[in-house]
Design a protein around this ligand. Structure first.
Ligand SMILES: [Zn+2]
Length: 227
């Protein structure tokens, strides 16, 4: 779930296209009883994130149609807001065009920024990003951001969240994906279960929008293909 090399974004390009593109059925010479795509289907191996054929779409979201993304901007008691919200949005917004192009138009991200700073209740250094962050630590981070933003938005309108930290929060270093655990109470706000979120870190200024596409693809169940 951690983004490392840039090549991972391009590996994901290929896999996302595989998962969403309709195969060309004409001129293949296959008998009509054979589903051509099944011949070259990559079998799932992990029982978790796989190439699309064994994906559990209760755990993951289906990469089709429009996905409404709420972008939240957060700052911290030890890292106050800095800069223009528009600059943060512009860094990640091209993820929308990439996803549209890569899915041959079958998948649209619609990123809706909540144009205000949300102040987190804890210091940026306290969440554990610099130790690699655990599931529980990340869930707490998402939960606190959601609770702080709840007075200003309606979470029921969105499929997933992008949580973007102020640039002064150097402790929020990398950009893991939050995938909810259906067997636990997790995070519910005003009746809406929060299932998927990207908790962006300062590496977004290195990778740019590519980190958004890469991490969002994990919410579709796609694996990392790098070691
Ligand atoms: Zn990854």
């Amino acid at each position: 779930m951690k983004l490392r090399p840039l090549t991972a974004a391009f590996a994901m390009t290929v896999m996302l296209a595989t998962a969403t593109a309709t195969p060309a059925l004409a001129d293949t010479g296959h008998p009509s009883t054979t589903a051509p795509a099944s011949d070259c289907a990559l079998p799932g191996r992990t029982g978790w994130t796989d190439e699309g054929h064994n994906t559990d779409y209760t755990q993951f979201q289906q990469p089709l149609g429009t996905k409404h993304v709420l972008m939240l901007f957060v700052d911290f008691p030890d890292a106050p807001a800095t800069g223009s919200l528009d600059d943060y949005y512009r860094e990640l917004a091209p993820a929308q065009d990439w996803m549209k192009q890569d899915s041959y138009g079958r998948l649209h991200l619609e990123i809706d920024p909540l144009k205000r700073w949300i102040t987190m209740p804890q210091t940026s250094a306290s969440y554990g990003f610099q130790r690699g962050i655990t599931f529980d630590e990340q869930e707490l981070y998402v939960k606190q951001a959601v609770q702080a933003a709840a007075p200003y938005t309606d979470f029921s309108k969105y499929d997933m969240l992008y949580i973007v930290p102020t640039r002064s929060a150097s402790a929020i270093s990398f950009s893991p994906t939050y995938l909810y655990d259906p067997t636990t109470a997790g995070i519910t706000v005003n009746g809406t279960r929060i299932k998927w979120a990207i908790t962006f870190g300062q590496d977004m200024w290195t990778w740019g929008y590519r980190v958004a596409d890469h991490e969002t693809s994990h919410t579709f169940g796609l694996p990392d293909l790098y070691k």
